[in-house]
Design a binder for this molecule. Structure first.
Ligand code: IPD
Ligand code: CA
Ligand code: CA
Length: 274
């Protein structure tokens, strides 16, 4: 029964996401970006609501006005109309629409569409992950020294996160093989799923940055944990997504050491030294 329901949701929403990706943009999009956000979110929310009026929604734009709603057991669509906004406004192509579906507080479906290169990532729980209809898998990297790691650093400008990020970066950068900071949390997760990245980390995000992408990584065989050491929490997301559990353990061990050093320095009133 649930399988049939999920298939109906998937069949209805997939073309909507593609349609939302066709919203026309002008050359000078910087000032209009929230207008595009609203247009896209509106297409998705309005049309899904018409079809299933009892469903819940957690959308980025809507949440700015009304706050993030509670996650109930009801089917809940979690939507980021544009992820990678800073790329979008500069005409860099790592940007996407992200739609996740959570039922009974479980991540059930993820659809991510990048209209600029026509890449459509999809996953339904228990049925694998796909890029443009072809099954995708994480790569099998188990060695941190060979890994290409994306650490999303933009949040470090927030004084609350600055030292956390800097201590971790200082330790990790000396060990990993290559470093990226892509500017789209959702696509970063998809790139782990498809094996372009070995590890992707972002701290201090929102549910719409994680609802679709985390499921896509897991369905592609990848591993996701919370960077504070516990289970990944969709409603308070901090995540490290890796191709393998072995890789995750190596990252977390180094980050624990970095956190320890930070706390010691804080206690001894020592400022951060690169
Ligand atoms: C942002 C991107 C970025 C991440 C930010 C997010 P937006 O989402 O995912 O990679 O570092 O924290 O807010 O604003 O482009 O939807
Ligand atoms: Ca957004
Ligand atoms: Ca986002």
């Amino acid at each position: 029964m649930l399988k049939m329901e999920v298939k109906a949701y998937y069949d209805f929403v997939l073309p909507l996401v593609r349609e939302a990706g066709q919203v026309e943009t002008k050359d000078e999009i910087y000032d209009e970006v929230t207008e595009y956000d609203r247009k896209i979110e509106n297409i998705l929310i309005r049309r899904i609501k018409e079809k299933w009026p009892h469903h819940n929604f957690i959308g980025e734009e809507e949440s700015h006005m009304n706050g993030i709603g509670e996650l109930t057991r009801n089917p809940t669509w979690i939507i980021d109309p544009i992820d990678g906004t800073s790329n979008f406004v500069r005409n860099m192509r790592d940007t996407c629409i992200s739609v996740g579906l959570v039922i009974d507080k479980e991540q059930i479906m993820g659809i991510v569409f990048n209209p600029f290169n026509d890449e459509l990532y999809t996953a339904v729980k228990g049925q694998g992950a796909f890029l443009n209809g072809l099954r995708i898998h994480v790569n099998q990297e188990k060695d941190i020294k060979k890994s290409i790691f994306n650490y999303e650093l933009s949040l470090a400008r927030n004084p609350k996160y600055y030292e956390l990020y800097m201590y971790r970066l200082k330790h990790l950068i000396q060990i990993i093989n290559g470093f990226r900071s892509l500017g789209s949390a959702v696509l970063g997760l998809c790139y782990v799923a498809v094996g372009r990245l070995d590890a992707y980390q972002c701290d201090g995000l929102y549910p719409w940055d994680a609802a679709a992408g985390v499921l896509i990584v897991r369905e592609a065989g990848g591993y996701v944990c919370d960077t504070r050491g516990g289970e990944f929490d969709l409603m308070d997301p901090n995540f490290l997504a890796t191709s393998t559990k072995e890789l995750s353990d190596q990252f977390m061990e180094i980050e624990r050491k970095a956190d320890e050093e930070r706390l010691n320095d804080l206690e001894n009133k020592k400022p951060f030294k690169p």
